[in-house]
Design a protein around this ligand. Structure first.
Ligand code: KIV
Length: 270
């Protein structure tokens, strides 16, 4: 953290040493970034789940870099205290040179760190980014960009377990400051968390991680058509929106009394 309270990758890395759990959420627009920052969330990920929960694509692999950049810029415009991390979209880091070009484009649009999927296979790309002073959050376990829509728990079979452990070692050695561990068997995730010096940030991988990350829409119930089993919504914004729209419709058609003149708790008059 800097003197001004800005969260840095180094601050995130050190959470493991001080034993403070890390909470991270996705954000894709200015108001969400401001609200999550005001709530004290230290990491905002402009992730490729943008493709599914905002842009309506069937998978994350469909997202193009040009589609992600305006969302990243909107989050950066909120000037959050939180660290702004952005995903390298699928197909934009096939070589270290390509990863570097993508990383630079993300940095230019406001990313303070980047995330990419893979372990051993992307360790050279991670090295190239870190060398160019672009901090990297790694992502191992289930890799949605290459999973072909098959979302399943990984790390149960001995061979797969060894591969994931090798990926964990590889991303740490390549210089990542933290690693997302997705949909990985809980015992294996706990072992990775014990073995690595950098923090593990889990999603659907049990509780024995150094932190947890969630898609914002899953946290607040804003994508009710698909709910991952591990994400327990803390609100039902889908129903709040439907209800507000129903009220407006009824009011417009003269079937309901007008809405109150002021939104409770808000500065804005209606
Ligand atoms: O894009 C995304 O939502 C992710 C998850 C791991 C949070 O990468």
């Amino acid at each position: 953290m800097t003197d001004s309270g800005k969260i840095t990758p180094e601050w995130v890395r050190c959470r493991k040493d001080v034993g403070q759990k890390i909470a991270a959420l996705t954000a894709y627009d200015f108001p969400t970034a401001r609200l999550l920052d005001e709530a004290g969330i230290p990491i905002l990920l402009v992730g490729d789940s943008l493709a599914m929960v905002v842009l309506g694509y069937p998978d994350t692999a469909s997202l193009r870099l040009e589609e992600l950049l305006p969302h990243l810029a909107a989050v950066a415009r909120a000037k959050p205290r939180a660290l702004v991390v952005a995903d390298l979209p699928s197909g934009t880091y096939r070589t270290p040179v390509e990863a570097l070009a993508t990383g630079k484009a993300l940095k230019q649009a406001g990313a303070e760190a980047v995330k990419l999927e893979g372990g051993v296979a992307v360790s050279e790309a991670i090295r190239a980014l870190v060398k160019a002073r672009i901090p990297v959050m790694a992502h191992i376990g289930l890799l949605p960009q290459s999973a072909g829509g098959r979302f399943r728990k990984v790390g149960r079979q001995p061979e797969e377990k060894e591969e994931i452990l090798a990926d964990a070692r590889a991303v740490e050695e390549a210089g990542a400051f933290s690693v997302v561990v997705e949909a990985t068997e809980a015992g294996l995730t706990a072992e990775i968390t014990r073995r690595l010096r950098i923090p593990t940030i889990g999603i659907g991988s049990g509780s024995e991680c150094d932190g947890q990350i969630l898609v914002f829409h899953d946290l607040v119930g804003l994508f009710p058509w698909f709910r991952p089993p591990f994400a327990e919504p803390k609100a039902d914004l889908a129903e709040v929106i439907r209800e507000a729209a129903r009220l407006f419709l009824a009011e417009t058609q003269g079937k309901a009394s007008p809405a109150p003149k002021r939104i409770l708790g808000s500065e804005r008059s209606l």
